[in-house]
Design a protein around this ligand. Structure first.
Ligand SMILES: [Zn+2]
Length: 193
């Protein structure tokens, strides 16, 4: 299953030196997989309209663009600020160089990439973006370090009321984790409520 998914992901280098054999570099991260599996599930829409020449540019993203600097500096407490500063397009029209109006909206879910270590309790349960309200449902956590002998491991931490449950494919059963657990959050997921 993993090979089936990975072989279609264009960002992986495929070795074609051996005939009839496709070697897949499986050193993917969770963001590559998310973009592949949820191709039509956009977190972010941006429409830029130039009022002078009428040039319209639309951006749709599966992974929510954020200002990573804000997140790295202040942690998830400032996630809304990081999202608000994540605009993709430049405010000037590429055709006539005049200011254009930018309209941003968010999808039914938000896939947020991060690379910070934080405790689970520091991730806000609910956030508000304009008129839309989102609830945090879980995150993908990276364990270990990428080295010559290991590429690390991903597990999923899911919110269940006030509890957190860890799903780890190396364990037979899900297990409860403390909100004080410090972890390397690689992806955070919010859903609209
Ligand atoms: Zn223009």
């Amino acid at each position: 299953m993993r090979a089936e998914i990975l072989k279609s992901v264009t960002c992986f280098v495929q070795d074609t030196t051996i005939p009839d054999t496709v070697t897949i570099d499986a050193l993917s991260n969770v963001i590559n997989l998310c973009e592949y599996v949820f191709q039509e599930s956009y977190s972010y829409f941006e429409i830029c309209t130039c009022e002078i020449c009428g040039n319209i540019k639309i951006v749709k993203k599966c992974i929510l663009p954020i200002n990573e600097g804000v997140l790295n500096k202040h942690g998830f407490a400032k996630i809304v600020d990081a999202i608000k500063e994540g605009k993709v397009l430049k405010p000037k029209c590429t055709k006539c160089d005049k200011e254009r109006s930018v309209s941003v909206s968010y999808g039914a879910q938000l896939f947020i990439e991060s690379s910070i270590i934080t405790t689970l309790q520091d991730i806000p349960l609910s956030i508000q973006l304009d008129e839309q309200q989102y609830t945090h449902v879980g995150c993908v956590v990276y364990h270990g370090q990428h080295s010559q002998t290991s590429v690390g491991h991903y597990t999923a931490y899911v919110r269940n009321g006030t509890n957190w449950i860890e799903y780890d494919d190396l364990l037979r059963k899900p297990k409860k984790v403390s909100v004080k657990t410090n972890c390397y959050i690689n992806m955070c997921i919010y859903v609209e409520t």
